[in-house]
Ligand binder design. Structure first.
Ligand SMILES: [Fe+2]
Length: 743
């Protein structure tokens, strides 16, 4: 039997590190796949590390000894399309070093656009033959935050994109710089929002809608919001929010201000997504909509989009955040790099993409630690749940993406009024306002929820008609993030819910991810045993057996944890041997020093040099600056010593400024009409914040070759460069921005 293998990983150190491997049977073209997030294997959330363990996990799944059988590695690119150091102003991390040491022929590495990888993940796994595709996230390859694609058959084409000021960045900015929820905390913002409804309009979020643009430029600063300078000195970290705001240090999120802010940004997300849905429909007429990118985790906004646009069917990829990039990239490879693969060669009925842990493996670990167990019975389990017992379930392949869909879940009785608070405070040790989701028999869905279609991946939120029957799985605004279940998706879980229905006449069970606060979802049976003890669950289901905590009081958490730690180390060492050419710490440190130095220089000086060289080369040409007044003022501050500013003219692009309220006025000769720009040899865009929008405005008036853009996707504004005299400065950058009040 001969196979083709496609490995997908992301090209830069990121919170959602992981790997996917796709196998195509050359004869039948049947596609098999395995995907895993690195955090699940190393037991550390948001790892930013090279996915060594995930790659080994994927190779092991298909019994591959090493990387030689892998035909292609497909990855995304960020900021610059190259495999090494693609984001030139990022700090050099172990991720970069391991890429250099990776035992894989670089000629077989294909890099695709980040948003295209998102689009491939959702379109190829949908059942739609053709579809409009909407991708919304923080940033993509070229700082784009929103893309419209069209998918027909195997072909995915980008139709439009919007850069820099989108809802993804605005939402993340509020989550981090006001609410202080940290990396990946956007779900918490969404959970907090309904509490703030009565306190809305706490911050002024000004959005301008036009076509694909959801322009938050009056509310947030443009990217890049992260570079090496941020890492070295927090004083050089830019607060991206332009309006005055507070910062939540004391975790008092339910107060008027912070819950009101959460409401405001959630509302902005909803109106933005509805707007984008309508615009996409105008551009790509289809009854189907595929949705991915981090913002698509906003299940409340997804539902509003579906209700208020003309799309009839919506499909949201379960790992729609960057966790899904590796899968999208590998899938793109399978469909585009070899011939003969048809759309229906890929069956994606559920999101269970991890490996299976056999009963033999389970029994071995139970025996090792003398754990008492018995055979499980689904009716018994349903009865336990109806008797207010809380159950961990670790069965079959794990889910891909941030939602637990039953195989790595904690199950409890949604009918109980205090179950929600009990789970939040005593079991999962997390914020009291966080909601839980219901898993419901698909055939009963419409009786309980305002949902026209099934929601197998828990990515649609809907009003409940019977909220009083299942209070613990319903949010404060009477909605729920619904998971519908049928026999095909997960027969065993289906039967647990069905049995529960027979006992209680309620076809719903509360389903939450199987993890403790701050921990990744459990992956292995051993992880499940550890979390089961730590969170004091009543029962644990491991494949075909059930464990009662009362009968296993002898288990010592520290011993189990130590055993796991040793296993993780062993696994990682094996992965290193298999996948890397010998690595050496001192070599890494040497390289880091060299590359970090270059990155610092790039962030601060690259643009300055670029504009100076340009002007030197075009000394005798007629040049006009087009931009904001204050930014042009700063340019002049750099240029005036070397050039005669009398040769320059200036045209002001709207009354906007790059530098908050502190507008300076320059004495350059002004041009009043935009048409006059045509007669100049070159137009230099003198704005950092609005470079893209200015270019868009003039692209039909001025020949592209005559437009000079100072900034690329990685460098800082010349205004920042001017103030950064020393990167270890104790002075905060942009002192005259809005004052943030720490609460
Ligand atoms: Fe993304």
């Amino acid at each position: 039997m001969s196979y083709k293998y496609f490995l997908g990983i992301q090209s830069y150190a990121n919170a959602d590190s992981g790997a996917s491997l796709i196998r195509v049977n050359q004869k039948t073209k049947k596609i098999d796949y395995v995907c895993i997030s690195e955090e699940r294997l190393i037991r550390k959330k948001h790892p930013y590390t090279f996915p060594l363990n995930s790659i080994k996990y994927c190779l092991d799944y298909f019994d591959l000894k090493d990387l030689r059988k892998v035909d292609y590695l497909i990855s995304d690119w960020i900021k610059i399309k190259r495999w090494h150091r693609s984001g030139p102003s990022y700090n050099y991390s172990e991720f970069d070093y391991f890429k250099e040491k990776f035992k894989f022929n670089e000629k077989k590495i294909i890099q695709i656009d980040h948003h295209l990888a998102h689009a491939a993940s959702v379109f190829y796994t949908s059942k739609f033959k053709e579809s409009a595709i909407l991708i919304v996230d923080g940033i993509g390859s070229d700082l784009e935050t929103t893309s419209f694609f069209k998918g027909i058959g195997k072909k995915i084409t980008r139709v439009k994109k919007y850069r820099e000021f989108g809802i993804g960045t605005a939402y993340a900015s509020v989550t981090n710089h006001i609410l202080n929820f940290g990396t990946g905390g956007e779900g918490k913002t969404m959970g907090l929002a309904p509490y703030g409804k009565k306190y809305k309009n706490k911050i002024n979020i000004d959005i301008k809608f036009k076509d694909i643009e959801t322009d938050f430029s009056k509310f947030i600063k443009r990217n890049p919001l992260s570079d090496i300078l941020n890492q070295i000195n927090s004083n050089l970290r830019v607060d991206p929010i332009k309006v005055p705001h507070k910062f939540c240090k004391n975790k008092n999120h339910l107060n008027k201000y912070f819950s009101g802010v959460a409401y405001d940004i959630q509302n902005a997300a909803e109106v933005s997504m509805v707007h984008l849905g309508k615009e996409l429909y105008k551009t790509v007429k289809s009854k189907n909509l595929c949705l991915a990118g981090g913002v698509a985790l906003n299940s409340v906004a997804n539902k509003k989009l579906l209700d208020k646009s003309n799309f009839k069917n919506i499909f949201v990829f379960p790992a729609c955040s960057d966790a899904g990039i590796s899968f999208g990239a590998a899938l793109w490879g399978a469909f585009n790099l070899i011939k003969g693969v048809r759309r229906n060669d890929l069956l994606f009925n559920n999101a269970y993409t991890g490996r299976n842990y056999s009963n033999t493996e389970v029994i071995k670990i139970l025996k090792k630690f003398n754990i008492n167990y018995s055979q499980k019975d689904n009716h018994e389990i349903a009865k336990h749940i109806s008797n207010q017992k809380i159950i961990g379930r670790c069965v079959g392949r794990s889910e891909y993406g941030p939602r637990a869909l039953g195989n790595r879940s904690i199950l409890a009785d949604a009918r109980s009024k205090n179950m929600r608070d009990h789970l939040n405070l005593k079991v999962k040790h997390r914020e009291i306002f966080r909601p839980f989701a219901p898993v419901i028999l698909e055939e009963k869905n419409k009786e309980y929820f305002d949902l026209k279609q099934s929601s197998p991946f828990m990515l649609l939120v809907a009003k409940s008609y019977k909220s009083s029957k299942i209070p613990s799985a319903i949010h404060v605004d009477k909605t729920a993030r619904v998971q519908t279940i049928n026999q095909n998706q997960n027969s065993d879980l289906y039967h647990i819910v069905k049995n529960f229905y027979k006992i209680t006449n309620v076809p719903v069970i509360l389903n939450t991810s199987f993890n403790d606060a701050g921990e990744p979802i459990v992956e292995t049976p051993l992880d499940a045993i550890i979390c089961f003890i730590q969170t004091k669950l009543d029962y644990l289901i491991l494949n075909d057996v059930i464990i009662d905590r009362k009968e296993n009081q002898h288990l010592k958490l520290e011993i189990l944890k130590k055993y796991r730690e040793d296993n993780i180390k062993k696994y990682e060492n094996l992965a290193k041997q298999k996948l890397l050419i010998k690595v050496n710490k001192s070599e890494f440190i040497r390289k880091k020093k060299y590359h970090d130095h270059k990155a610092i220089y790039y962030s601060i000086h690259n643009s300055k040099e670029k504009i100076l060289n340009f002007l030197k080369q075009n000394k005798n040409k007629q040049i006009v600056f087009l931009g904001t007044n204050d930014h042009t003022f700063f340019l002049m501050k750099f240029l005036v010593k070397k050039f005669n500013t009398k040769n320059f003219r200036y045209f002001e692009f709207e009354k906007r400024n790059d530098f908050f309220e502190n507008r300076k006025t320059i004495s350059l000769k002004k041009i009043k009409k935009i048409d006059a720009l045509k007669k100049y040899d070159y137009v230099v865009i003198s704005s950092f914040e609005y470079q893209s929008s200015i270019k868009n405005k003039i692209k039909n008036i001025i020949n592209n070759k005559k437009i000079f853009e100072i900034y690329d996707t990685s460098s800082r504004s010349i205004i920042d460069s001017y103030y950064i005299k020393n990167i270890y400065t104790k002075k905060k950058l942009l002192m005259n921005g809005p004052k943030t009040k720490i609460v």
